[in-house]
Design a protein around this ligand. Structure first.
Ligand code: C5P
Length: 223
């Protein structure tokens, strides 16, 4: 492992979407390129952290110098994340599907002669960020979540902050005019207990770099 300000620090990063199967060939999922999450994992590794990246299906190559675990569903992502504890810092950048298909079938569903679509029943998925934020001896020292919003960015992000119990929220504007989805740039606000910082529009790589340095400063100050 590289030397650097995060040497000796264990980090967990979730990235990409999750896919929830309807049957062996169909799924429901979220839009997520994984670019921001993968960039954060890479930035933490560059600063010397021992990184585990848990990723849903993405088109990106596995970043170097870290452990990469590929998962598909939210349940698999949660189980894998819990299996990685204890860690010092967890960054949940994955776009986890809110629902799983509770009547998923083992065989491919056939179109029926009447032309009626089959019913899809949904059940809530576990919240990985909220679970990792729960108090307890295995809670990471720092838990960071994301809030992707299309309107009322700070208001919605603040509400999420309280609901999830995490320490920081990276709030980003994903409205269509922002070009954030699938793009290389991001405009974010960092919400901490102390307030909100507005960051300029910078590349996802630079957001990752800045966040990683901020994590290093914080963890160094509180061993
Ligand atoms: O509730 P919402 O999906 O908007 O919250 C976004 C934040 O929560 C992100 O950090 C995301 O990774 C995390 N999350 C999670 N598990 C879920 C849903 C969201 O970890 N089931």
């Amino acid at each position: 492992l590289a030397a650097g300000p995060l040497k000796g620090i264990k980090a967990l990063v979730t990235s990409g979407p999750t896919y929830e199967p309807i049957d062996p060939v169909r799924f429901i999922g979220n839009r997520s390129s994984g670019k921001q999450g993968h960039a954060i994992a890479a930035a933490l590794a560059r600063l010397g952290a021992d990184v585990t990246l848990i990723t849903g299906p993405v088109k990106l190559p596995d970043p170097a110098n870290m452990r990469v675990i590929h998962v598909e569903t939210a349940r698999e992502m949660l189980g894998t994340a819990l299996g990685c504890l204890p860690v010092d810092v967890a960054v949940c950048a994955a776009a986890v599907a809110d629902w799983t298909v509770s009547n998923a079938s083992k065989e491919k569903r056939k179109k029926d002669a009447s032309g009626q679509p089959p019913p899809i029943e949904l059940a809530a998925n576990p919240d990985i960020l909220a679970t990792l934020s729960e108090k307890g001896s295995a809670r990471p020292r720092l838990v960071v979540g994301f809030a992707a919003e299309t309107e009322k960015l700070l208001e919605h992000a603040r509400a999420k902050f309280v609901r999830k119990g995490c320490d920081w929220i990276v709030a980003n504007d994903v409205s269509p005019h922002s070009g954030t989805f699938g793009g290389d740039f991001n405009t974010v606000h960092l919400l901490t207990q102390g307030g909100a910082e507005e960051w300029p529009r910078i590349s996802k790589t630079d957001v990752a770099e800045r966040l990683a340095w901020k994590i290093a400063d914080t963890l160094k100050g509180h061993p």
